[in-house]
Unconditional design. Structure first.
Length: 255
């Protein structure tokens, strides 16, 4: 059964798209048939993270009714499927997220996961993405403004009946002014699935238009994304933060 998971934040700049790209790549590495979809209609950049920046057909065309979602789907060398959004101002004309739910339903059935990279903020684009999904994975940073906005995202998810899968605490710099994992969990009310440090390897990967799990697969940052993917997919995994993880046993159909 396909799981529709919205990756949302409530605030821009927290690393939501980085999490979407790397979670999708890690799930694909584990053998899960995965699609990542850029639902940030005004400022899309998921394609840059995966190395598919230019494309003739996009989610904007699908939302306008000019194409089926399969026509806007591109297959990465790793097997990860990507549905990018258009980059031009022209793409914004006559495009709304109102029928995003119907578009996502057209993708349901074959893949194991569809990860929806929502727009930043709490406008109609992001709300529509949350409403159209079965679950929401909340990405935030260890500071008060980011966590406060993440809490608003959680409130919207609960109001719309979308399950909150958990929280990813991203861009940790490890200084005293940051909120701790326990403080973030207390404020948001959900478990922090993983803490991801701010690291040069992530910036290097973006410059090379690759998820960091492809750019530096043995790095501890990549390992953390593998752990998130194993938790989401229900895979038993033996992480070795700082080294290469070992898949000990698969609990579900992914092989």
């Amino acid at each position: 059964m396909t799981r529709l998971i919205c990756v949302s934040s409530g605030k821009g700049g927290v690393g939501k798209t980085t999490v979407t790209a790397n979670l999708g790549a890690a799930l694909t590495n584990f053998g899960a048939d995965t699609i990542v979809l850029d639902a940030n209609l005004t400022n899309p950049n998921l394609g840059f993270h995966i190395g598919i920046p230019l494309y003739p057909t996009t989610l904007h065309d699908v939302l306008k009714g000019d194409a089926h979602i399969t026509e806007a789907m591109y297959i990465h060398d790793s097997g990860l499927r990507v549905v990018p959004a258009g980059l031009s101002v022209e793409d914004l004309r006559d495009t709304t997220p109102d029928n995003l739910s119907d578009v996502l339903l057209d993708a349901v059935g074959e893949p194991d996961f569809v990860l929806v990279d929502s727009a930043a903020g709490l406008g109609q684009e992001s709300v529509s993405a949350i409403e159209a999904s079965d679950e929401v994975l909340v990405v935030t940073n260890p500071n008060l403004p980011a966590v406060t906005d993440a809490l608003k995202t959680v409130d919207i998810a609960e109001e719309t009946g979308t399950k909150v899968t958990g929280v990813v605490l991203n861009k940790i710099k490890d200084h005293d002014a940051e909120l701790s994992k326990e403080e973030v969990e207390s404020m948001i009310g959900y478990e922090v699935m993983m803490e991801i440090p701010e690291h040069q390897k992530v910036e290097e990967a973006l410059a090379k238009k690759k998820p960091v799990v492809h750019h530096a697969p043995d790095h501890h940052v990549s390992e953390r994304f593998n752990v998130i993917a194993s938790d989401v997919a229900g895979i038993e995994y033996e992480p070795q933060i700082g080294g290469k993880g070992i898949i000990s046993r698969l609990l579900d159909k992914f092989t």
